[in-house]
Design a binder for this molecule. Sequence first.
Ligand code: 5GP
Length: 204
Amino acid sequence: MKKEKGLLLVLSGPAGVGKGTVCGALRQEETSVQYSVSATTRAPRAGETDGVNYFFKTREQFEKMIEQNELLEWAEYVGNYYGTPIDYVKETINQGNDIILEIEVQGALKVRERFPEGVFIFLMPPSLAELRNRIVGRGTETEDIINKRMTVAREEIDMMKKYDYVVENDQVELAVERIKSIVTAEHCKRERLIDKYKELVEVN
Ligand code: 5GP
């Protein structure tokens, strides 16, 4: 029987909603889901490692990646470039493994154009007040950046309507459970399995 392609999962949500935490927990539990490491021009935060959290690049290096079509999508977000290296994504799904991209909304829309069969999940904060608390609580951003991120966050929440699924991040474990259920359901979709079971399905 033919092996079906892996799922291309896209997880977006406003800054501070906890995409990184949810993705990290998912990676630990659901080891079959690969994680796409993005390239960025932003400076590493404390504890971040090159090649694990991001591939940290200069603007020149990043622009070269764009020119050479090395990115599936890229976007400018709060003054920095962010983009998804394409090769790893393609290899992973072609091998039949699932991959998750944790990216902002403009980039997600570009992925949708190239991979309409992708699964687009929007992570929602329980409230805006809670979102601000989380951004402040992270303690890594200045007041100016926090305000900019809150403005962007409100615009981002409005983009929820472009996604297939909405998952509230009230508690990390619950959000992870919901995403795992989505992955399971998507694997059972008839459209994805039709090729696999072709020989078993009566044709008339
Ligand atoms: P942060 O600076 O907090 O790590 O990320 C800022 C935003 O950029 C987040 O919304 C994150 O999901 C998004 N992001 C991270 N990597 C990529 C990427 O490869 N492409 C796009 N379009 N957005 C990304």
